[in-house]
Ligand binder design. Structure first.
Ligand code: CNA
Length: 273
C-alpha cells in the first residue's frame, strides 16, 4: 500500500492541490449506513418501510404520495447525532496545509463541515439538511420548526406541513426526479479543467451527473480511488496513472497521514473536537 500511494504523496509534497469527490462510504464508520452495501446499506434495511422499490424513499413523486417512509428514515439520519470520521478530519488537514481545492460531496450528513472544512470549499451536490421548503409552494421552514413538527406525532403523524398551503415540507436534499443545485454546475464548470489530483472516496459512482465527474477530470490529473470496491470510470476506463486503494476510507486516511508526517496533527484534531 505504501508504494501505491507514493505518487499521491509526492504530488502533495510538491504542493499540488486535491479535489475530493465523496460518497456515503466516508461516513459509514460514523454509524450512518450507505445506500448500496449489501446487508448493512439502507436499501437492504428498508423492508420495514414497505416501499414499492428501495429508491422510492428518496423519490419526489413517491414522497408527494407517501412522505412517511422518508420521515421515518429522516429521524435516523438527521444531523446532530454523528461525529466525523478520521477521513473527514484528514480533509481538514488538507485545508490547513493549503492542499484542498474543493470537496464535491454527495453526502447530506454535513460531517465535512463539522470536521472544520470551510463551507465555501464544500459543494453539497445533493443538497443538505441545512434548510427546508414546501414541495408545493416553496415556502421556507426553519430547521427548528421542522424538527419540532417531526417530533409532534399527534399532528399530521409528524410530517412537517406548510403553514401557507398545507403541502408537505422536506429538507433541501436532492431527491430522484429533482435537479442538482446550480452551485454544483457552476463550480464544476470552473474546476473541471483544473484538477491536478482527484481523490474519489466511498462512492459506488452510480448516481449521475455526480458519477460522471471523475471521467471528466483532465487526462493529466492524478486520479485516486479509495473504496471497498472498484467502481465507475476506474473500472470501465481505467487510466494508467490511476491509483486504486481498495481499503476503507479511514484506513487510507491513517496511511496518508503517516506517509505525509501528519499523524500527530490528525490525532490532535480528532481529540480536540
Ligand atoms: P452508495 O451507492 O451506497 O455507495 C457507497 C460506496 O462506498 C460503495 O461502493 C461501498 O462499497 C463503499 N463503502 C462503504 N463503506 C466504505 C468504507 N468504510 N470505506 C470505503 N468504501 C466504503 O453511496 P453513494 O454515495 O455512491 O450514492 C450516492 C447517494 C448516497 C447520494 O445521493 C447520498 O445522498 C446518499 N447517501 C448519503 C449518506 C450520507 O450523507 N452519509 C448516507 C446514505 C446515502
Amino acid at each position: 500500500m505504501e508504494n501505491k500511494v507514493r505518487p499521491l504523496v509526492d504530488a502533495l509534497k510538491l504542493g499540488k492541490k486535491a479535489v475530493f469527490f465523496l460518497g456515503a462510504g466516508v461516513s459509514t464508520s460514523c454509524g450512518i449506513p450507505d445506500f448500496r452495501s449489501p446487508k448493512t446499506g439502507l436499501y437492504a434495511q428498508l423492508e420495514r418501510l414497505k416501499l414499492p422499490y428501495p429508491e422510492a424513499v428518496f423519490d419526489i413523486d413517491y414522497f408527494r404520495e407517501s412522505p412517511q417512509a422518508f420521515y421515518t428514515l429522516c429521524e435516523e439520519l438527521y444531523p446532530g447525532k454523528f461525529f466525523p470520521s478520521k477521513f473527514h478530519f484528514l480533509l481538514r488537514l488538507f485545508q490547513e496545509k493549503d492542499l484542498l481545492q474543493k470537496v464535491y460531496t454527495q453526502n447530506i450528513d454535513t460531517l465535512e463541515q463539522l470536521a472544520g472544512v470551510d463551507p465555501e470549499k464544500i459543494i453539497a451536490a445533493h443538497g443538505s439538511f441545512a434548510d427546508n421548503h414546501c414541495i408545493e409552494c416553496q415556502e421556507r421552514m426553519a430547521p427548528e420548526v421542522l424538527k419540532a413538527q417531526m417530533s409532534k406525532k399527534s399532528e399530521n403523524d409528524g410530517i412537517p406541513t406548510c403553514k401557507k398551503c398545507q403541502g408537505y415540507v422536506k429538507p433541501d436534499i436532492v431527491f430522484f426526479g429533482e435537479g442538482l443545485p446550480v452551485e454544483f454546475f457552476d463550480n464544476w464548470d470552473e474546476d473541471s479543467a483544473n484538477v491536478d489530483v482527484a481523490i474519489v472516496a466511498g462512492t459506488s459512482l452510480t448516481v449521475y451527473p455526480f458519477a460522471g465527474l471523475p471521467a471528466e477530470c483532465p487526462k493529466s490529473s492524478l486520479r485516486v480511488l479509495i473504496n471497498n470496491e472498484i467502481v465507475g470510470d476506474f473500472k470501465l476506463s481505467r487510466r494508467k496513472s490511476d491509483i486504486i486503494l481498495k481499503k476503507t476510507c479511514d484506513e487510507i486516511a491513517l496511511l496518508l497521514a503517516l506517509e505525509l508526517g501528519w499523524n500527530d496533527e490528525l490525532d490532535t484534531l480528532i481529540e480536540a473536537e
